[in-house]
Design a protein around this ligand. Sequence first.
Ligand code: SAM
Ligand code: SF4
Length: 316
Amino acid sequence: MIDETGRSITYLRLSVTDRCNCRCRYCMPAAGVKKVCHSEVMSLEEMAAVVEACARLGVTKVRITGGEPLARLGVERLVSLIHDIQGIQEVAMTTNATLLAPKAQALAEAGLDRVNVSLDSLDPQRYHAITRTGSLEDALDGLAAAREAGLGPIKVNAVLMGGVNEADIVPLAHLAKEGAASSVRFIELMPIGEAARWPQASFVPAERVLQELPELAFVGADGVSETFSAPGWAGTVGLIRPMSHKFCSACNRIRVTSDGMLKACLHSAREVPLRGLEPHQLVDAIAAEIARKPERHTMDAQHASQSTRSMNAIGG
Ligand code: SAM
Ligand code: SF4
């Protein structure tokens, strides 16, 4: 479906839980999130019905996210339900990969096409300090298992944090140089959730990556990411700059949270409830919201996101 500004909406990010086995400092409080009862979270069947309605409106790609999607019981069955929906051409997942190694093969067999792995450091101590509970070894095992299971092309996503992981820029980028990932994308930290209270110095422009790796040359734009590479590199480096470059005019996505709220813009406070709707009502509600998708967000270095939810509840 085309929105009022002419953008074709083909991509749904579906959050299947707001819970996570990690506690990344920019994303979640140390104590985790308040436990909600089962009835407040959509069942796998409700989620599949939402995807079916989106597919009728032209969505072809679904990304399963969270919280940590692998912490949701039955996520393999959800992959299979979504895979079978007419019109869905790609089922992807964004994960911290620490729980992925034992599940990668089953996910691939259920119909998962590819994964994006969030990895902010290749230094074990720093990785643990950032995630508070995560083990770098588990994440790298997950990344390797994803490659073996054919869940590629695999993109690694790293959030840039001033004073925290600048020393990781080159080692992380080299995952793409050596082909361990098809692309390593550096994402500017956004002032949302926990990070809304972080000092200005934490917000590093993605330009910093190009200063560290001057051999990189621009090769093209890929949706929200600008792509760079260099002679002899197996893969690419991506820059995702929600802070220093607005890419709203290229935004083709909508989001649905695990409690069934539709968000047409990540940074807007507006949410529309989808639970309890009949299939035709679901299609109407989603279509109405796509039509009025905000033209752009208003977040910048001085203005925090207007979203009332943090990233673990939206899914990134
Ligand atoms: N747990 C999974 C993971 O980490 O990949 C999926 C959910 S996580 C919320 C999705 C993405 O959002 C991750 O890549 C994470 O780094 C990113 N993220 C969370 N908070 C962020 C922030 N304040 N600024 C930029 N990216 C953020
Ligand atoms: Fe969990 Fe992902 Fe948030 Fe880290 S970024 S706390 S892995 S949801």
